[in-house]
Design a protein around this ligand. Structure first.
Ligand code: NAD
Ligand code: IPM
Ligand code: MN
Length: 357
């Protein structure tokens, strides 16, 4: 039976980059990949059409799908809306509604892009880090939250950082399982010197890893140091596992090691391997509609979908090889442009990858 893929283009550069990924999927479908694509609204596009960022129909289609590809959500137009109905809530609603607690964000440097990184080539060459970000808990979802008026008339904003032991345990297992297929090293990133919640995080990390992953080396790092180490000597890391918000921040930082945030794909998985796939970057409203966004993070997200949700590792390899080939051929979107290379548009990059697949 064909696998159902739900496409959620979203806002800003979302539709532009997703179109390139769809070209790649259509080509593979023409060669025997048994998929059926459907499309739905999320984010600002959904707000404009239906009044809310995550229509029930979209969530239902997402639940029925075997995998989901999302572009990005958000933009200037919706920034003044109440935070509870902003485009970003659509994305958070999908993550929570589908129980996509494990977010894998691989930061790999394609050797052709060593010059595109703002760091020295020797610092980043050979870089291959997997950031495992907890995605359905922590301060993003903790209660209570809001803004309240105090007795003296001043307002106070508040959010809650909260993790249950079981939430920490399951993300540690994901990190441990992935580490076993790599260099068997996990660095758990927390702020256990200040925050009780992450003191528990560290305690559970030790418990799970000692008990069931004794073959995996576990280390701990405070998040401030981790941010510094990522730009000082990023190759020291194999797998990094961390909370929702720390993972958000550290993965944008790691993205730049690879030359551009336009290069980093991601997979958000539930307990059964069902997944939503998306670039880690946002809707880039500053360049939307200009046909110059880098579509490679989105195309590489399709490779992750093939590998993690569709059991088509060979096709995933083909996509990654095709990306390698177009980079070898010197094609560069503006964000990764360098001397002597050929600058191409979003469309041209998508066409090139599809052509060499
Ligand atoms: P952003 O990631 O959209 O953009 C940051 C910078 O990186 C911008 O200069 C942008 O032009 C550039 N950039 C991003 N993706 C690129 C690509 N593929 N090619 C070339 N350049 C790229 O982050 P932001 O500006 O902080 O946020 C913009 C909007 O996107 C906000 O509404 C935010 O909430 C939303 N957002 C959504 C997601 C998501 O949907 N997953 C992720 C992050 C931010
Ligand atoms: C990401 C984004 C989202 C996040 C926003 C848009 C809700 O920054 O996917 O990294 O913070 O998780
Ligand atoms: Mn982010």
């Amino acid at each position: 039976m064909s696998k159902k893929i739900l496409i959620l283009p979203g806002d800003g550069i979302g539709p532009e980059i997703v179109n390139q990924a769809v070209k790649v999927m259509d080509k593979l479908a023409g060669e025997g990949l048994d998929i059926e694509l459907d499309e739905a609204l999320v984010g600002g596009a959904a707000i404009d059409a239906t009044g809310g960022p995550l229509p029930d129909t979209t969530l239902d289609l997402a639940k029925e799908a075997d995998a989901i590809l999302l572009g990005a959500v958000g933009g200037y137009k919706w920034e003044s809306l109440d935070i509870a109905i902003r485009p970003e809530k659509g994305l958070l609603g999908l993550r929570a509604g589908l129980n996509l607690f494990a977010n894998l964000r691989p930061a790999i440097l394609y050797p052709q892009l060593a010059d595109a990184s703002t760091l020295k080539p020797e610092v980043v060459s050979g870089l291959d880090i997997m950031i495992v970000r907890e995605l359905t808990g922590g301060i993003y979802f903790g209660q209570p939250r809001g803004v309240r008026e105090l007795d003296d008339g001043e307002r106070e904003g508040f959010n809650t950082l909260v993790y249950r032991e079981s939430e920490i345990e399951r993300i540690m297992r994901v990190a441990g399982d992935i580490a076993r297929k790599r260099d068997s090293r996990v660095c758990s990133v927390d702020k256990a010197n200040v925050l009780e919640c992450t003191e528990l995080w560290r305690e559970v990390a030790v418990r799970v890893m000692e008990k069931d992953y004794a073959d995996v080396e576990l280390s701990h790092m405070y998040v401030d140091n981790a941010a510094m180490q990522l730009v000082r000597a990023p190759k020291q890391f194999d797998v990094m596992v961390t909370t929702n918000m720390f993972g958000d921040i550290l993965s944008d930082c790691a993205a730049m090691l690879t030359g551009s945030i336009g290069m980093l794909p991601s997979a958000s998985l539930d307990e059964n391997g069902k997944g939503m796939y998306e670039p880690i970057h946002g809707s880039a409203p500053d360049i939307a509609g200009q046909n110059k966004a880098n579509p490679l993070a989105t195309i590489l997200s399709v490779a992750m979908m093939l590998r993690y949700s569709l059991d088509e590792a060979a096709m995933a390899d083909r996509i990654e090889n095709a990306v390698n080939k177009v980079l070898d051929d010197g094609l560069r979107t503006p964000d990764i442009m360098a001397d002597g290379m050929k600058e191409v548009s979003t469309e041209e990059m998508g066409d090139a990858v599809t052509a060499v697949l």
